[in-house]
Design a protein around this ligand. Sequence first.
Ligand SMILES: *Cc1c(COP(=O)(O)O)cnc(C)c1O
Length: 232
Amino acid sequence: MEEALLRERLASVRGRLERATEGRWPVPKLIAVTKTHPLEEILPLRALGVTDVGENRVQEIRAKMPALGENFQVHLIGRLQSNKVKYIIEDVCLIHSLDRLSLAEEINRQAELHGRRMPVLVQVSPAGEPQKGGIAPEEVLPFLRQIAPMPGIAVRGLMAVMPDTEDRALLDRLFAGMRTLFERVRDEAVQDVEMRELSMGMSGDFELAARHGATMVRVGSAILGPRQYPTA
Ligand SMILES: *Cc1c(COP(=O)(O)O)cnc(C)c1O
């Protein structure tokens, strides 16, 4: 992609994000979702001030490392199979998609093997779509209490993927519900759990997410253009 186009799209996304928060919230951190895009299209983002990128597949992260890791903080935003944790445990700065105990146990095990404490977000399913991953809102607190004592895991907040819908009223309700859940959990002050980050909002709905107090948005196609091949 041409540098000028990339610059223009990025400026547009940043401007929209700032306007959406209306000074009510800090501007969310922009995570550029680079899945399916080749390194030569991703690396120019660095000079444009992008510090964080998101990828959803372990195999792809491995293929793009170390170039990706030398230039950006890399976030794992997609469904993660337990047997693949070992391949990314040293490379990613934050796992956004922790949604089950068996996965927490494996992250904990691998983190300890590699001498680190792995920052994670617990993925919530705001609309009850289990195929997208995520646990039900009412299960979040009990789940956090189960995983908080694990020495290899550092809980940093919550993440959500919204349903693919044009129904703005529904999205509005779901984003508001996520922010309420985030604050409620934060107020519980579970020991060893930090509620710092609320990762929500993609190309189609990041302004709405920002309006509802997202601290991180994950934006792919609005910056890099359409995905280069279909993904799950
Ligand atoms: C692909 C993806 C995104 C970004 O999607 P866009 O619509 O391209 O912005 C955000 N979050 C997750 C979990 C994704 O898989």
